[in-house]
Design a binder for this molecule. Structure first.
Ligand code: 5AD
Ligand code: SF4
Length: 443
């Protein structure tokens, strides 16, 4: 055990990484470390990195460079880097050669080794680069320090076998591995005992949950079983694959009480040619049929998506197909990205790459179209009452609180003590593209 030592974790990327950071914090706290409120005050700094797009990587290198100054001032400082970027050879090589102030590099498959490796560094002052190129065995259960008292992430599966042609995730997170449902349910029950009322099930492709296990059981069955657990109020899940989001899942959600009516279904493109080249396994017609199915089953719901513009070979017509489907579906929100070339993926080898100017132009156009739709969708909620789980003070104004509706909309209302962690009813009086404003009418 170390005494009076502090750690600071900086997380890049998705919820999976956020949750891994909670596990890193859990392992460090078991070693006796305490959280530092500022990077400058830490004895151990850990960067949990993302490599899904190039700009995530550039940010990490910027940060690593800036830590040199702190290491110079305090040679005992331990600097560690982990996460998806460390499963890729080039950045690891660059850290090895150009950033000698980094003490530890650890991969995503051997994260559970972190306490041992940190001890070795504490004792011998040596530099350790330890990245397993493959996952070995099942997902380990690690201690974790949660950011929230009433919300929690629960990993149900890891890895991805889809190999979308643009995506690096299968190469850095490995094959799909599902956790046993007994372990998941056990974890959820323990969380409820700790006061958790909302869980978010995590996986790169939650809809293929349990397909790797020898059991006649799937994601919809898991949702149905979790829905029965007493004390739990809300169930969310990330991320779905439209190809696997089947009728059974839609029906199960419609029949459940706790699974939230928020559908995040990354479409990536509205063009069948591009979808084929992306290896997504569905057509625009399949996607639209799935959306119709959702609309038939629910009165109140939200649909969000991810879209990539400028995939290699994307023509103006292909991009127009994306704009058209965005208008047809009327997404509540879309996360929009410029295609980013990831070394090792099939799309990176294509010789019909799109110029930055064209990507920029398409992204701007798409955002403009989507923002208008988001505003229009939110305006429909003015005058309506939404069930909101109050999360805490809003970012920019301590006189207000923020929370999320079941449909995952950000809702802001005047501060009222005693409401954090509670589900309240808020009447919406002003809707903007990203935020709803209102007043609590029932606690
Ligand atoms: N370039 C741009 N966006 C990407 N995404 C994944 N890989 C890439 C890439 N190479 C996007 C997809 C995915 C989201 C998490 O990130 O839209 O759904
Ligand atoms: Fe990447 Fe496709 Fe897997 Fe999502 S489903 S993580 S986009 S390979």
């Amino acid at each position: 055990m170390v005494e009076n030592k502090k750690y600071y974790i900086k997380t890049y990327g998705c919820q999976m990484n956020e949750h891994d950071s909670e596990k890193i914090a859990g392992m460090l706290e078991e070693k006796g470390y305490n959280p530092a409120d500022e990077l400058e005050k830490a004895d151990l700094i850990f960067l949990n990195t993302c490599t899904v797009r190039e700009n995530a990587e550039l940010k990490v290198f910027g940060k690593v460079g800036s830590l040199k100054r702190l290491k110079r001032a305090n040679p005992d400082l331990i600097i560690g880097i982990g996460g998806c970027m460390m499963q890729v050879e080039e950045p690891v090589q660059k850290i090895k050669e150009k950033f000698p102030h980094v003490d530890l590099v650890i991969g995503t498959h051997n994260l559970h080794k972190l306490p041992e490796l940190v001890s070795e560094i504490e004792e011998s002052d040596q530099r350790i680069i330890s990245v397993w190129d493959q996952e070995k065995g099942i997902i380990p259960d690690l201690p974790s320090v949660r950011k929230s008292d009433f919300q929690a992430w629960v990993t149900i599966m890891q890895g991805c076998d889809n190999y979308c042609s643009y995506c690096i995730v299968p190469y850095v997170r490995g094959h799909e591995r599902s956790r046993l449902k007994e372990n998941i349910i056990n974890e959820v029950e323990n969380l409820i005992e700790d006061g958790v009322i909302e869980i978010t099930l995590l996986g790169q492709n939650v809809n293929s949950y349990a397909q790797d296990l020898e059991a006649d059981y799937d994601f919809a069955d898991l949702l149905a079983e979790l829905d029965e657990i007493e004390g739990l109020k809300r169930i969310r899940y990330m991320t779905s694959h439209p190809r696997d989001f089947n009728e059974k899942t839609i029906k199960t959600i419609a029949d459940s009480n706790k699974v939230c009516e928020h559908f995040h279904l990354p479409i990536q493109s509205g063009s069948n040619d591009v979808l084929y080249e992306m290896n997504r396994g569905y057509t625009r017609e399949d996607y639209l049929a799935m959306i119709d199915n959702i609309k038939e089953h629910f009165d109140h719901y939200s649909i969000t998506t991810d879209i990539i513009v400028g995939f290699p070979g994307e023509t103006d017509e292909n991009f127009q197909d994306t704009l058209d489907i965005v208008k047809e579906v009327e997404f509540d929100m879309a996360f929009t990205f410029k295609y980013s070339k990831r070394t090792g993926t099939p799309a990176a080898k294509k010789d019909n790459q799109i110029s930055e100017e064209v990507k920029d132009r398409r992204l701007q156009k798409l955002m403009k179209v989507q923002n208008k739709i988001s505003l229009r969708q939110n305006k429909k909620l003015e005058g309506k009452n939404l069930e909101v789980l109050v999360e805490g003070e809003s970012k920019n104004n301590p006189a207000t609180f923020m929370g999320r509706s079941r449909t995952n909309k950000l809702v802001i209302f005047p501060r009222q003590e005693g409401l954090i962690g509670k589900v309240v009813k808020v009447k919406i009086d002003n809707a903007q593209s990203w935020t709803l404003y209102g007043d609590v009418i029932e606690t």
